[in-house]
Design a protein around this ligand. Structure first.
Ligand code: 5CA
Length: 167
């Protein structure tokens, strides 16, 4: 059925199947690289877009995954307090090494390594969410329950106060 999915999108479809989840990856002609573009492409609110953002812990050099609602800017100080070390910059190569995917397509599951994960409580208010599926043109629809099952992270309030700029 999804024979025509690109290799990175197929990797996400397979990761969903391995979990026994019957969610369907779709590749769209329009860009889903940013939360705003993804919301436009699927016709939902930006808040329903699941952003999977990689940070790099400065001392341990490990990757931290923050799964945030589209409009929310992550409060990095709060993540630093929770992990007990400062955050440094995650560049495009680090994101690709740690997740196996390019920025703009990082999904909430199926990563190259298992990542310490935090999940934005704001995502849990919606019935339906949309997440990136491996490329900047691929997404899949899921529920908050699906997200909690596939991502297995700590649910927290991730956002900076007054954050309303989608990225
Ligand atoms: N496909 C969309 C909607 S699901 C998406 O992946 N959005 S995202 O927000 O999860 O991914 C883009 C994120 O990548 C941005 O929030 C930003 O934190 C990060 N990013 C963008 N450019 C860079 C960069 N040059 N280096 C590191 N991270 C970046």
């Amino acid at each position: 059925m999804n024979q025509e999915l690109s290799p990175s999108a197929r990797k996400v479809q397979e990761a969903l199947q391995i979990l026994g989840m019957s969610l369907q990856v779709v590749e769209l002609p329009g860009s889903t690289r940013t939360a705003v573009e993804a919301a436009q492409a699927v016709g939902c609110q930006v808040g329903q877009i699941v952003k999977s953002i990689i940070f790099k812990a400065k001392r341990s050099q490990r990757a931290i995954l923050v799964i945030a609602s589209g409009p929310n800017r992550v409060d990095e100080r709060r993540i630093e307090r929770l992990i007990g070390e400062p955050l440094g910059k995650a560049d495009a190569d680090f994101v690709r090494e740690q997740t196996g995917f390019v920025i703009g397509g990082v999904p909430p599951l199926g990563h190259a390594h298992s990542l310490e994960t935090f999940i934005d409580q704001d995502l849990l208010q919606y019935d339906i969410l949309w997440a990136a599926a491996g490329t900047p043109h691929a997404v899949f629809q899921l529920t908050p329950g699906d997200l909690l099952r596939m991502a297995d992270g700590q649910v927290i309030d991730v956002k900076q106060e007054n954050s309303s700029q989608p990225s």
